[in-house]
Design a protein around this ligand. Structure first.
Ligand SMILES: [Zn+2]
Length: 360
């Protein structure tokens, strides 16, 4: 906890109870260009001479909230053009990474992994290696144990994915802990980028791939077969649960020990799920799939990790016991060091003991 006054809560985060805030969090899936503080975004836009779509912190937050609830992926994605332009300097990248880690720490995180596509800043004049260096410096300035996942944008040609893979490998062991395929999934299955994924896998850098968010359960298994140890979202795996002809897909994911990074509110905002109450996270968890809950894009969805916990507690049958057990699973599947993973699990078990919850 910091001594500075708490920033105002995002619009969809007002309901987080003391219990939801107290639960230790393991943050595995958050995009740095989707998680800026609204006040920082406004300041960075003004510094760079970019006209913001709204001129006060409250109005800009309301603009993001409106886009999140517009039922339009295009509207939801509009915000990223703004954040990438605002972050396009080494100083801004360092600041945004530091603030993301500090926000996670203040929200109960005991371990965090952040992700971004560094090549996005190249057209704005920031070299990819300079972007990674600045982001890692920002993360290192926070006391929270954390690491960086390098994303490639899957709608771009394979040559670009390969450039992102080589970038990630240059920083392997120096703060970059994994590789990811992000961006519009539909029409761009992981196999399209098999060349880059093979390079990363053979170099021993772990992979978590977005799959089964906009596309089908088969894409989740495709990503697993290409070497992904974790899956971003994976929610469409639920479609195979009740279908005898496809149930083997779920069994394969469970048998492979693959972990799903589920982002409930983000899925509702992008149309991947109808509501929190009917979100596949509950059915997949009950079916024995290893998974945990994450924020994806705190700014675009106007949420916090604690408000995600609260939403699940309020609107699903999941209990604090379930959320703590998910956090243990998340810690075990983190790509950070063995020491960081063990420390995180010990912190979760300590908190569970204080809440009178047995995790065994
Ligand atoms: Zn994501």
């Amino acid at each position: 906890m910091t001594d500075s006054p708490a920033p105002p809560l995002p619009l969809n985060a007002l309901a987080a109870s003391p219990l939801a805030r107290r639960l230790p969090k393991v943050l595995l899936h958050e995009h740095l260009d989707g998680g800026l503080r609204v006040a920082t975004l406004l300041e960075l836009l003004q510094q760079r001479g970019i006209a913001p779509p709204a001129h006060s912190v409250a109005a800009l937050q309301a603009w993001f909230d409106g886009n999140a609830h517009a039922g339009s992926l295009v509207k939801y994605l509009e915000g990223f053009a703004l954040t990438v332009a605002a972050m396009a300097s080494p100083d801004a990248l360092e600041r945004v990474a530091f603030e993301a880690a500090e926000d996670a720490l203040a929200d109960g995180a005991v371990l965090a992994e952040f992700r971004i596509a560094p090549l996005l800043f190249e057209p704005h004049g920031v070299a990819p290696d300079a972007a990674v260096q600045a982001l890692l410096a920002g993360l290192a300035r926070s006391a929270l144990p954390s690491g960086l996942i390098v994303c490639a944008m899957r709608h771009l040609p394979v040559s670009e994915t390969l450039r992102a893979a080589h970038l990630a490998l240059r920083w392997q062991g120096r703060g970059v802990i994994a590789f990811d395929l992000a961006g519009g999934e539909f029409g761009h299955p992981p196999g399209e980028h098999a060349q880059a994924l093979t390079l990363v896998r053979e170099a021993g850098l772990p992979m978590t791939l977005h799959a089964g968010e906009a596309d089908a359960a088969e894409r989740v298994v495709e990503a697993v077969r290409l070497g992904a140890r974790r899956i971003g979202h994976g929610v469409h795996l639920v479609d195979a649960l009740g279908d005898p002809a496809r149930r083997a897909l779920v069994d394969e994911v469970i048998a492979a020990g693959v972990h799903l990074e589920v982002c409930p509110t983000s899925n509702v905002h992008t149309g991947a799920a109808r509501s929190i109450a009917t979100h596949p996270i509950t059915a997949l968890w009950r079916a024995g799939v290893s998974l945990s809950y994450h924020t994806d894009n705190r700014l675009m969805s106007c949420i916090t990790h604690s408000s995600e916990a609260q939403a699940l507690l309020d609107q699903t049958s999941l209990s604090a016991d379930d959320l703590l057990a998910m956090a243990v699973q998340a810690a075990r599947h983190s790509f950070l060091s063995t020491r960081a993973r063990h420390d995180a699990e010990a912190a979760i078990r300590g908190a569970a003991g204080r809440e009178g919850i047995s995790l065994d």
